[in-house]
Write a protein that binds this ligand. Structure first.
Ligand code: PMV
Length: 338
């Protein structure tokens, strides 16, 4: 009997230059983006939430069919299809055709705009490649994580990461810009709403090209990716913050003007954005970025984080705050979930 089991822990990431919309020139299943994106892989600094996914996968000829469980729920249809998009090509590459059982747990709410798909598919790609005995570089693993979710491409490596859009499966991968200690940035995530979002980013990407502003956003994003990479390497926090805010606003402008339109912001999102602008006027160095959900990441220097946490902690409509710092690489662990 063949049986090969492996587990991995992967971190989530926050995009500083956003990926929004797949390239229309390629097979949409490949998740090739229309622009480069840049992110910080993040590690949650609370006791219960490190913003990571722990996944175990076991390939065995004792299994009659593939199965996957996330948070004690058996996955079916679209969710299972996305898992197979990562596992099938790896199984083919390794020339192993036995079935698998996968189990996965997040230490944070799934699908609430905290990038659970990024850590989820990164953990899956690392665990599956390791179980199948495939000796890939981190860049190569990132291409397989991408097949499950674009943002997962950037969660294989720690610190600050750039996903180069590329023009094929092999050339659309993520590279580390610098390790977590080289650029001093933290963030405080302000949760203003904890429920699941109505439209997942997986579906939202499809409408990006219907916005009249999409082409401009794509062009601007390429320049922003270059500029932010330089600002990160120059340790220029304010420049990183300014470019990240701009990228987030461009993405939401495209979302809101797409057909059908997507409004991920809640009234409390806008209230908080205005408070952050106000805090900045009063001298606090902080910048906002918002993903495909209502919650706000407030970027800051590590030495300002406690003060910022205190300020955000006093705002009554913020349900929870999660401070984060840059994470190390995602990794294989010997701790199995079953
Ligand atoms: O990886 P996806 O399909 O969940 O898309 C992620 C989209 C954003 O989070 C909004 C931006 C990004 O680059 O992570």
């Amino acid at each position: 009997m063949i049986t090969v089991k492996s587990s991995a822990i992967a971190h989530s990431n926050i995009a500083l230059i956003k990926y929004w919309g797949r390239s229309l020139d390629h097979n949409p299943n490949l998740n090739i983006p229309s622009n480069d994106s840049v992110s910080m892989t993040k590690y949650g600094l609370t006791q219960s939430t490190h913003l990571q996914t722990h996944t175990t996968i076991d390939f065995s000829d004792a299994y009659q069919e593939d199965s996957a469980i996330l948070e004690e729920k058996v996955l079916a249809r679209r969710k299972m299809e996305r898992i197979l998009k990562v596992v099938d090509p790896l199984r083919k590459y390794a020339n192993i055709d036995c079935k698998f059982k996968m189990m996965s747990r997040n230490d944070f709410p799934t699908q609430a705009g905290l990038a659970s798909s990024a850590s989820g598919f990164a953990a899956l790609a690392i665990a599956a490649a390791n179980a199948l005995g495939i000796d890939f570089t981190k860049e190569e693993i990132s291409t397989f994580a991408r097949l499950g979710s674009g943002s997962a491409t950037r969660s294989i490596q720690g610190g600050f990461v750039r996903w180069k859009k590329g023009n094929s499966h092999e050339t659309s991968f993520a590279e580390q810009i610098c390790d977590p200690h080289k650029f001093n940035m933290n963030a405080v995530i302000a949760i203003v709403h904890e429920g699941k979002k109505d439209v997942t980013s997986d579906v939202g990407h499809e409408s990006a090209h219907t916005s009249p502003f999409n082409e401009v956003r794509i062009l601007k994003s390429q320049q922003q990716a270059k500029d932010i990479q330089k600002a990160i390497l120059d340790d220029d926090f304010c420049k990183v913050g300014r470019i990240a805010e701009e990228s987030s606003k461009y993405m939401h402008a495209v979302m809101m003007t797409s057909n059908p339109p997507l409004f991920y912001w809640h009234p409390s999102t806008l209230r908080l954005v205005r408070s952050i602008q106000e805090m900045r006027k009063r001298g606090m160095k902080c910048y906002f970025t918002v993903d495909a959900g209502p919650n706000v990441h407030c970027l800051c220097r590590p030495e300002d984080r406690y003060e910022l946490q205190k300020m955000l902690g006093r705002i009554e409509y913020i349900k929870k705050i999660i401070p984060v710092k840059p994470a190390d690489d995602s990794y294989v662990t010997k701790e199995h979930l079953f």
